[in-house]
Design a binder for this molecule. Structure first.
Ligand code: URA
Length: 250
């Protein structure tokens, strides 16, 4: 299905649900959530609900009230991340910027708009994937996260990934890739190939998840000549997930 027809189906569904709501329908029983792609597994509704509740608990009971590092004193809002609890694909960025800090939603500023276009170019929507960051609070002036901030905050990210059990993780930029892979390699050297990610945080303990590091959208806005490399990385992810690669990119 093309991106356009997906959007018009979504618009029609939204309109239908709005009409139902006006008619007093407050609940719609849902069939199992189909995950994306031809070989996609199905996540049963009870599992989706359990994941949603587990994520909400971390956000509401721990992240929103977190004082583990000094960023809690300068943040406006925490930014937990958002998307589908049944997502096959999770994007991990660095930290909230100004717009995210104001609104409490990940990747909604200029870099976020580019990420949205990248996701849509993959034939997906933001609602189908999950988008979050290493840090849940904005570093002042958008500086790079400090080591102590990453140490304090990244356990939330590891918990999110343990709950979501995605089939693939895309790490956007060096802080995300280095934190998840426990590496000090540059993003230029890490990107472009799948690495094994372990939610246990310990290599070889538990089942690995394929993780693709690529350039951060904010870097791509500064260096548009690198967009092709990022797109090549995302096409490897699409291939892994069995998503169709548009003709013009093959
Ligand atoms: N940059 C990030 O890494 N994350 C956001 O949410 C926004 C900008």
């Amino acid at each position: 299905m093309s991106a356009e027809s997906q959007e018009s189906t979504r618009a029609a569904l939204r309109q239908h649900l709005e009409t139902e709501r006006l008619l007093g329908v407050s609940e719609v029983p849902l069939p199992p959530v189909e995950r994306l792609g031809s070989t996609a597994a199905v996540v049963p509704p009870a599992e989706v609900q359990a994941r949603r509740e587990a994520l909400d608990r971390i956000d509401n009971e721990r992240v929103k009230v977190c004082t583990r590092c000094a960023l809690s004193q300068t943040r406006t809002r925490t930014v937990f991340g958002q998307g589908s609890p049944a997502a096959r694909l999770v994007f991990v960025g660095e930290a909230p910027g100004h717009d995210e800090d104001m609104q409490g939603v990940a990747f909604i500023g200029r870099a976020g708009q580019l990420l949205t276009r990248m996701i849509e170019a993959m034939g997906l929507s933001r609602d189908e994937v999950f988008i979050c960051n290493v840090l849940k609070c904005r570093p002042p002036d958008n500086r790079t996260p400090a080591a102590d901030e990453i140490a304090a905050c990244s356990p939330y990210l590891f918990e999110q990934l343990t709950i979501l059990q995605p089939e693939v993780i895309v790490a956007l930029g060096a802080p995300a890739a280095q934190t998840l892979l426990k590496s000090t390699e540059s993003i230029g050297r890490l990107r472009g190939r799948f690495h094994d990610f372990y939610t246990s945080g310990t290599p070889l303990v538990g089942e690995p998840t394929p993780l693709m590091p690529t350039y951060h959208p904010a870097y791509l806005l500064r260096s548009p000549g690198e967009k092709r490399k990022a797109w090549d990385d995302l096409m490897k992810v699409m291939d892994h997930l069995g998503l169709p690669i548009p003709e013009q990119y093959r």
